[in-house]
Design a protein around this ligand. Structure first.
Ligand code: PHE
Length: 337
């Protein structure tokens, strides 16, 4: 096996030679001698076609492996010379390799747009725990024990921990903030929430909300209307805003905020159920019971609101299925970069 002996001799010589390489020029020489066009390995590669058919494939493979091995070693050594050895191989006229920088998830984009608007109105951002206790998630918020939202079907309780659950909304953070801060205060609270919902086009067991809370001595319902109208107009442009009476245990009075349907402009279409409006959040004046549970005196007033980030994002981008946010399909996600 004359050629096999030749291959191992070249290999051995190569590794002997590279031991004493001191300069980039020496390295370039070695490259030429071994894997240059007229180099030792290249010469043997050209002989492969003349070999007997039974050994041809194996010898070809051995030679290619040797060539790769030599190339890799040369490249490794070239790093020592801070790139000088590799310099000659670089064609500076070639376009650069494009690299992907990634982008934000649409839910992060919308969360940031929302928080920016409230920052500009003087709100600060706080966060609360995802694992809550029953008291903060319900009792402190004036949710009576028999209230349906305590039902096991909505709330994910932690096994073996009587009192602990995954928060079903961001409202418990209202109480946590008030317990640790004196008024006046204005905060927004973005974060994950959890409900034991069946998955469909508009429900997912993990979703996101942004809570808002503004407390001072003389905050009224008209402040709420002003702040939330400004918010809707900043995010969606010139749309109509409608406040409807509603009910939440922790606000009194409670309202729900609708915006003119961006699809039909308010004339009615299938997206808005032909009503011309889309519901975007719940809100109201903080219930005195919530203030009491947070250790606040009678003289304070405030408003709170809570919106689903997925819902806002779906309206903003005109999306029909909440599951698209979580499928991690880059063809979908890349559209929002
Ligand atoms: N927490 C309520 C919900 O999840 C929304 C809300 C927040 C309503 C604050 C009023 C005030 O539906």
């Amino acid at each position: 096996m004359h050629i096999d002996a030749e291959i191992s001799r070249i290999r051995k010589n190569f590794f002997e030679t590279i031991k004493d390489i001191k300069t980039a020029e020496q390295l370039t020489n070695v490259r030429v001698v071994y894997i240059g066009r007229k180099g030792k390995v290249s010469r043997l590669l050209r002989e492969v076609s003349g070999l007997p058919a039974d050994i041809r494939p194996r010898v070809g493979k051995d030679l290619n492996l040797l060539k790769n091995e030599i190339e890799k070693n040369i490249n490794d050594i070239s790093l020592r010379f801070s790139g000088h050895a590799a310099e000659e191989d670089i064609d500076e006229t070639l376009p650069g390799k494009p690299f992907s920088v990634g982008g934000r998830h649409p839910l992060s984009i919308i969360r940031n747009k929302i928080t920016e608007i409230f920052f500009s109105m003087g709100f600060s951002l706080v966060e609360g725990p995802l694992m809550e206790d029953d008291w903060h998630n319900f009792t402190a918020l004036n949710v009576p024990e028999f209230h349906p939202s305590r039902d096991m079907h909505d709330t994910l309780y932690l096994e073996g921990k009587d009192n602990l659950l995954l928060r079903t909304h961001t409202s418990p953070v209202q109480v946590r903030v008030m317990k640790h801060n004196k008024p006046p205060l204005a905060v927004i609270v973005p974060g994950k929430c959890f409900r034991n919902d069946a998955i469909d086009a508009s429900h997912f067991p993990v979703f996101h909300q942004i809570e808002g809370l503004w407390v001072d001595k003389d905050i009224s319902l008209s402040d709420l209307k002003g702040v939330l109208s400004a918010f809707v107009h900043r995010l969606f442009g010139n749309v109509r805003v409608r406040f409807r009476p509603s009910y939440f245990p922790f606000t009194e009075p409670s309202i729900e905020l609708d915006m003119g349907c961006p699809v039909c402009g308010g004339s009615g279409c299938s997206t808005c159920g032909h009503g011309g409006f889309m519901e975007i959040m719940g809100a109201g004046m903080v219930h005195p019971e919530v203030f009491r549970n947070s250790g606040y005196e009678e003289k304070y007033q405030g408003f709170a609101f809570g919106m689903g980030i997925e819902r806002i994002a779906m309206i903003y981008y005109g999306l029909a299925d909440i599951r698209d946010f979580y499928n991690n399909d880059l063809r979908f996600l890349e559209q929002f970069k």
